[in-house]
Write a protein that binds this ligand. Structure first.
Ligand SMILES: O=C(O)[C@@H](O)[C@H](O)[C@H](O)C(=O)CO
Length: 494
């Protein structure tokens, strides 16, 4: 480390290096009297601060050869945010395309930054759902720390977001806001009544008639008597469809308004508020989308984006499943509705939907929010399959043994029997599993079980070897993300 510190002290920072130390040259920055850089040593990543200043004194670490060497702790991240505002998350609003780049491991953001830098889109790097936190055992502090340190490591100063994703409970909303998250995705799935879709027209009519007269009059006046005028959207309300939509979404709209009034409208800072109605059995018709959006606007609820449940299937880690012509027809209306109400269309489970990306870029005119997460985990699994076949085989077999348990968390239509048996695949061909839909979904939804699995003695069954492998292969992982997420962005027109 001494060679590095001396080079910084002498101002000879063009090629920083030191034996046994990886220097992240893009991180080098000057704050007053202090030169700050990120390195990786045998002990892990560290901040190295050379030159006394308030920053130098506030960083918790040890002094080595006259420099402060600080671990990537939560407290040191907060200090970094204080002195380097670009390392803190920001809200983006509706006028720039954004991409959620969920990182379940806390090590993908450098590759994501290298992929997105210089493109006409901004990254929401710190994006995890409560479901992901529960499955990985991480916290929102961990998620935000990892993203902030990656931003510093890469010297990325174009801004990034932090999305508390698929939040259903007020306590989780408060948790994310308390930590400074700059985007909230309100998951309304538990307030949407999917049972209505199972009723006959007569049963719907009876249930609808039982609603308060004033409520029925409100909706009938606005959607049967008043034509919806949205350029580019084909909207046609029938009495039967309206009755179903009111029964399906009215409670959810009240929930959206209540959360907005209590948590968003009262904030003294900008937060991108996303409405998620995608994780429901009921596809969101354009008419239902317009109804929800119109009611929110009339109630004074301002949103950053809306995630409808599109027709067909947006399943985890694989391409779109469904009638692309119907998807295109309805996408045109969904996109027109979003433009009409001045928010962005949000595409959840956006990973790997290559066949419809051009349509999404086209109809949203390049102004969208797209969410990915699982595909980034699968790029890490691909690295393991390439460089550590023994670990991959053990993880794959564990995933097969625990797949049914994992289906409790994610809706997939995986055909496990279609996956080529491990014994028939040579080590060199293991990465090919990441090209096969059923194997992709097998490893995709079992991520939490794999990362949390323990041996009889309580040690981690895979996680320690997995992260050691990923540390050794961090450049290979970043290259894999640049290629795979880069393909997403190219097809989206970014
Ligand atoms: O797995 C999760 O809970 C999240 O990644 C969630 O699926 C997210 O909203 C998403 O759509 C990522 O593609």
């Amino acid at each position: 480390m001494k060679e590095l510190i001396d080079a910084i002290k002498s101002g000879n920072t063009s090629t920083l290096s030191a034996p046994g130390v990886k220097v992240y040259g893009s991180s080098l920055t000057q704050i007053g009297n202090t030169s700050l850089v990120m390195v990786r040593t045998e002990a892990g990543k560290r901040l190295v601060a050379v030159g006394e200043s308030d920053l130098y004194n506030q960083l918790n670490g040890e002094v080595v050869d006259g420099a402060k060497v600080a671990p990537l702790t939560h407290e040191n991240r907060l200090t970094l945010n204080q002195f380097l505002p670009y390392t803190a998350p920001q809200a983006f609003g509706t006028q720039v395309a954004t991409m959620g780049l969920g990182d379940r491991l806390g090590i993908a953001s450098p590759g994501h930054i290298q992929t997105i830098r210089g493109r006409d889109i901004r990254p929401v790097l710190a994006q995890q759902s409560i479901r992901e936190l529960a499955l990985t055992g991480r916290t929102y502090e961990d998620v935000l720390d990892a993203a902030a340190y990656a931003v510093f490591q890469e010297g990325y100063k174009d801004g990034y977001g932090a999305d508390g994703d698929h939040l259903k409970k007020e306590e989780d909303i408060e948790y994310a806001l308390r930590l400074g998250f700059t985007m909230l995705t309100l998951d309304c799935s538990e307030n949407i009544d999917n049972t209505i879709e199972t009723l006959s027209a007569d049963e719907v009519a009876v249930k609808y008639a039982a609603l308060p007269a004033g409520l029925r009059e409100h909706y009938e006046k606005r959607y049967l008597e008043t034509p919806a005028d949205v350029p580019g959207a084909a909207l046609n309300y029938t009495r039967e469809a309206l009755q179903k939509d009111v029964l399906i979404y009215d409670a959810a709209i009240n929930f959206m308004e209540a959360i907005y009034r209590k948590y968003i409208a009262t904030l003294d800072r900008a937060v991108d508020f996303e409405i998620s109605i995608d994780e429901t059995a009921t596809p969101t018709s354009p008419e239902a989308h317009y109804l929800v959006a119109n009611e929110l606007r009339d109630r004074g609820v301002t949103i950053f984006s809306m995630a409808p449940r599109f027709c067909g299937e947006f399943q985890k880690g694989i391409d779109y499943i469904g009638d692309i012509a119907q998807f295109e027809r309805e996408l045109a209306s969904h996109a027109a509705i979003a433009v009409h109400f001045e928010y962005k269309l949000s595409i959840h489970s956006g990973s790997d939907k290559f066949s419809v990306f051009p349509l999404i870029g086209q109809y949203t005119k390049g102004l969208f929010h797209i969410k990915t997460a699982g595909t980034n985990w699968l790029e890490a699994v691909r690295v393991v399959a390439k460089v550590n076949p023994s670990l991959y085989r053990r993880m794959h077999q564990f995933a097969l043994d625990h797949f049914t348990e994992a289906t409790a968390y994610y809706h997939v239509t995986t055909d496990i029997d279609a996956i080529v048996p491990l014994a028939e695949v040579a080590d060199a061909d293991l990465p090919n599993y990441m090209e096969e839909n059923n194997a992709r979904q097998l490893l995709h939804i079992t991520y939490g079980l794999l990362l949390q699995a323990k041996n009889a003695d309580g040690s981690k069954q895979f996680a320690e070897e997995f992260f050691r492998t990923m540390t050794e292969q961090e450049d290979v992982f970043a290259e894999g993300l640049r290629h795979h997420i880069g393909r997403h962005l190219e097809l989206l027109g970014k």
